[in-house]
Design a protein around this ligand. Structure first.
Ligand SMILES: Nc1ncnc2c1ncn2[C@@H]1O[C@H](COP(=O)(O)OP(=O)(O)OP(=O)(O)O)[C@@H](O)[C@H]1O
Ligand SMILES: [Mg+2]
Length: 352
């Protein structure tokens, strides 16, 4: 199953999610990478803190403006939500779009909030439309209009909630309605991490997992296989640690990283069997493309959604795949990596 891939950017098991907790940065200074985002958040948080200090206890608590984070899975959206609440010194309430199925679920979530609290809604693009309409007045004026009864007895009751910060996270910003998007004060797209940032993350995680700190080259070889994603970096590190413990008396060096990950079918760029067979299918069956996603998925006997969400984003990012109006196409860089002869016609326009 592709969901069990070692280089999947979503958590494989619940146990992994718990282990990751221990590796999560707790404060903004511990958060590695995404410098632009961190600076914007830091300024916003410090401004709130300064305004708060200027107030006396009788005035309502200041709140941060609403924040929307979008980007591929495993880049640290949930982590940042926890960090922001900690920095503000308020509570974080966690929920998700699908969990807020009805207006009453949202009312329950909002009325639990204390002034200045952060409400984190993961997968906010999956919020039902009916609930979305309730959330607008809550975001703007901190009140919710609830409709009681139906027919002749119908009446609207207004419920007030404490001033709060809505922190929305999504992997699919394109699916968010524009009225929803426009109600966020700070919108930021999380980017894939550079190898340098990943090396720092792996170094920090080694310390927390009590593994002897790998040297520079070893850190680099793990980082380059992590697909720009901290969650994958941490997972590879744990896998390498196990391998080193069993086979090499806990020693980790670039050769051991290579051996451990080759065993899992992961190459030096972090591509696994599924990525390679996806590219090879386009090359061999569709003569390099362009080919439609559905046709490729039928040939490979894989779910098209899996290919689109899990396989394609990274291949597009590293320039091995092009998405054109006429379909998917392998690039000469992609051919080169697989040791195949490049196909002459390169795509003219590539749109994401
Ligand atoms: N900046 C960072 N520094 C160090 N570790 C990080 C950083 N960002 C993320 N991580 C690590 O990566 C793991 C995954 O991050 P997180 O759960 O926040 O991702 P996410 O963007 O919420 O993913 P999803 O979209 O799947 O919910 C965390 O458990 C943490 O250990
Ligand atoms: Mg998350």
């Amino acid at each position: 199953m592709s969901t069990e891939r070692l280089i999947s950017s979503t958590p494989i098991t619940e146990v992994e999610d718990q282990t990751n907790w221990a590796l999560r940065p707790q404060s903004l200074d511990e958060y590695i990478g995404q410098a632009e985002l961190i600076e914007r958040v830091l300024i916003a948080v410090q401004a709130v803190q300064a305004r708060q200090e200027a107030k006396d206890d009788t005035q309502p608590r200041e709140h941060l403006e609403h924040v929307l984070l979008h980007g591929p899975p495993g880049l640290g959206k949930t982590t940042l939500a926890h960090v922001i609440a900690t920095e503000l010194g308020t509570n974080l309430h966690v929920t998700s779009g699908p969990a807020l199925a009805r207006g009453t679920d949202l009312v329950a979530a909002l009325t639990r909030l204390a002034p200045g609290d952060v409400l984190f809604i993961d997968e906010i693009h999956r919020l039902p439309i009916a609930v979305e309409e309730f959330i607008y007045p809550a975001m703007e004026d901190f009140k919710i209009d609830v409709c009681l009864d139906t027919g002749l007895n119908a009446r609207t009751v207004q419920i007030k909630c404490a001033p709060f910060t809505l922190l929305g996270a999504t992997t699919r910003a394109g699916l968010l309605s524009s009225p929803m998007r426009s109600r966020f004060g700070l919108v930021h797209h999380l980017k894939y991490y550079s190898d340098d940032d990943l090396m720092h993350i792996i170094q920090r995680s080694s310390r927390l997992l009590q593994i002897p700190t790998p040297d520079h080259d070893t850190l680099g070889s793990i980082a380059s296989r992590s697909r720009g994603t901290p969650r994958i970096a941490n997972r590879l590190l744990r896998r390498i640690r196990d391998y080193a413990q069993v086979r090499h008396n806990n020693e980790i060096n670039p050769q051991i990283v290579d051996d451990a990950l080759n065993l899992e079918g992961i190459d030096h760029l972090g591509l696994d069997e599924l990525d390679r067979s996806y590219l090879t299918t386009i090359y061999k069956v569709f003569n390099g493309g362009p080919a439609g996603l559905e046709a490729i998925s039928a040939t490979m006997n894989e779910d098209s959604g899996t290919l689109e969400d899990v396989v394609e984003p990274y291949l597009l990012q590293i320039g091995f795949l092009a998405r054109t109006k006429r379909g998917r196409q392998i690039t000469s860089k992609g051919c080169q990596h697989l040791g195949l002869k490049p196909i002459s016609s390169e795509p003219i326009t590539s749109t994401l």
